[in-house]
Design a protein around this ligand. Structure first.
Ligand code: GTP
Ligand code: MG
Length: 218
């Protein structure tokens, strides 16, 4: 069995994927390319993730030229069913093989949580001690399982789970394996406490997020 490839001394050693494969139906337009501060949500996510991981790729099903031109590897779900985040996690586990990422796990983050913690990966990695363990993020707002550390060894299990018509709910597949939950504190801002996993789903959420952005460090 592969050793868990992370240590406090060498820093985290996992590749990361920005999950941007959803429909953005509540927003009404592709969330990845939404302007956010001086950049876009996808650039914000990659910029926040890059210092935490060994490589970054983007998982997307809508792939306009502006997305492809960012300089990151982009890969789609295995099929076009848009069946939810589990499809993106499976695609990420499979992409790890395509990209020859030699690690025990892949990290995923959501496209639409622009304030996710800068110590996300270190904290998730520090919470598990075996290469077959899953770690997921939690906060005052509850569990955020799209932010997780996923063992590559579970790819076949997940593919079978999805292809056999089991639940598409991420939490249902998590329950099958168990996961270590890692709690993250709110950001303290001049405007009050902000859940680091604040989620931008609607145009109103985007307005609120821009407001929070002004109250936070870069
Ligand atoms: N790869 C992939 N990722 C998905 C899929 N559905 C949701 N996601 C991702 O999961 C995260 C949470 O998605 P949601 O905010 O719940 O859904 P959304 O599709 O982005 O937006 P809505 O259509 O408004 O629900 C985001 O990072 C999405 O890009 C999917 O079918 N495939
Ligand atoms: Mg969302």
């Amino acid at each position: 069995m592969k050793a868990l490839q992370s240590s406090a001394d060498s820093g985290t050693a996992f590749p990361g994927v920005v999950l941007a494969g959803g429909r953005s139906s509540r927003m009404g337009r592709n969330k990845a390319l939404l302007p956010f501060g001086p950049e876009s949500l996808v650039l914000r996510a990659t910029r926040r993730l890059t210092p935490q991981v060994t490589a970054v790729a983007i998982n997307a099903n809508d792939r306009p030229p502006e997305l492809e031109a960012l300089g990151f590897s982009v890969f789609s779900d295995l099929d076009d069913s848009r069946s939810g985040p589990l499809a993106g996690i499976l695609a990420s586990l499979r992409y790890a093989g395509v990209a020859s990422w030699s690690s025990s796990h892949v990290v995923t983050v959501a496209i639409d949580s622009p304030f996710f913690p800068t110590d996300l990966v270190a904290r998730l990695a520090g919470a598990i001690d075996r290469p077959d363990r899953i770690a997921v993020a939690a906060s005052s707002g509850g569990l955020h399982p799209v932010f997780g550390l996923w063992p590559l060894a579970l790819a076949d299990d997940l593919e079978h789970w999805l292809s056999s018509g089991r639940s598409l709910r991420l939490r249902d597949w998590l329950a099958r394996h168990g996961a270590t939950e890692v709690h993250f504190a709110d950001h303290e801002t001049g405007l009050g406490r902000l859940d680091p996993f604040f989620n931008v789903n609607t145009p109103a959420d985007l307005v609120a997020a821009q407001h929070w952005l002004g109250a936070l460090d870069p």
